[in-house]
Design a protein around this ligand. Structure first.
Ligand code: ADP
Ligand code: MG
Length: 238
């Protein structure tokens, strides 16, 4: 299970209102893409969902339960960042298992889940290495693996492929699509890459200056963009 309901989410930093009332329903197992220009609030919205920032106003429900006061570690959410955010002094195996260890999981359970995730991501040969001994693509797979072992209800990806070269971007995108099918998990994914948006999404959310311009399937947005702004983003002829 991993449905998400956002109601009237607002977020201000001082007097600067970055999210101006976001309403969104994400159903269990859906792959939702957020697109929009730099600075429009995509990362802030993910961070608010994850609990890394508090919303100024509004309600966040996961599987029907209000989580505004639930701490990040208890929301059943795992986030994957553009920068990987791995611990340089830990091995791949320990990086992947750290979250479970901190949550007090038994060693055997950690071993089993890390082993399963590393097989899914073809990371078995690298378990004893440290991040500095891996390529960028491998590091991002470790970051994805670290999210998988926690078996979250909701995966949040913040431009996970933007530090990778073109060939690796395609490969990792296909891998994320496969994981979505295998795990049947709910995924919310920020990108400014149209190909990623059109190929991965069940539903695309187009954001501009902290507000939603349009929500729809890739084909709905492509064939019926609500305005010129959306058309520009989805690449429909104007
Ligand atoms: P995006 O991910 O769409 O590029 P962000 O969510 O990172 O956009 O940022 C949206 C706006 O919020 C930007 O104007 C940014 O400067 C501002 N912002 C983000 N985080 C903070 C913060 N911690 N303090 C102040 N302003 C912030
Ligand atoms: Mg961002």
């Amino acid at each position: 299970m991993g449905s998400l309901q956002l109601k009237s989410i607002r977020k201000a930093f001082g007097t600067h209102e970055v999210l101006k009332g976001i309403d969104l329903d994400v159903t269990d197992g859906e792959f939702v893409i957020f697109v929009g220009p730099s600075g429009c609030g995509k990362s802030t919205l993910l961070r608010v969902i994850a609990g890394l920032e508090d919303a100024t106003q509004g309600s966040i429900r996961i599987d029907g339960q209000e989580v505004a006061t639930v701490p990040p570690a208890k929301r059943g959410i795992a986030m994957v960042f553009q920068s990987y955010a791995l611990y340089p002094h830990l091995t791949v195996k320990d990086n992947m298992g750290l979250g479970l260890k901190q949550a007090g999981a038994p060693a055997q359970e950690i071993e089993t889940r890390v082993s399963k995730a590393s097989k899914m991501l073809s990371l078995d040969p690298y378990l004893a290495r440290r991040p500095a001994e891996l390529s960028g693509g491998q590091r991002q797979r470790v970051a994805i693996g670290r999210a998988i072992v926690r078996e979250p209800k909701l995966f949040l990806f913040d431009e996970p492929l933007s530090n990778l070269d073109a060939a690796l971007r395609v490969q990792t995108r296909l891998e994320i699509a496969r994981l979505h099918r295998e795990l049947k998990a709910t995924m919310i994914y920020v990108t400014h890459d149209q190909v990623e948006a059109m190929t991965l999404a069940d539903k695309i959310v187009v954001l501009s200056a902290g507000a939603i311009e349009q929500v729809g399937s890739p084909m709905e947005l492509y064939n019926h963009p609500a305005n010129v702004f959306v058309a520009g983003f989805i690449g429909s002829p104007q």
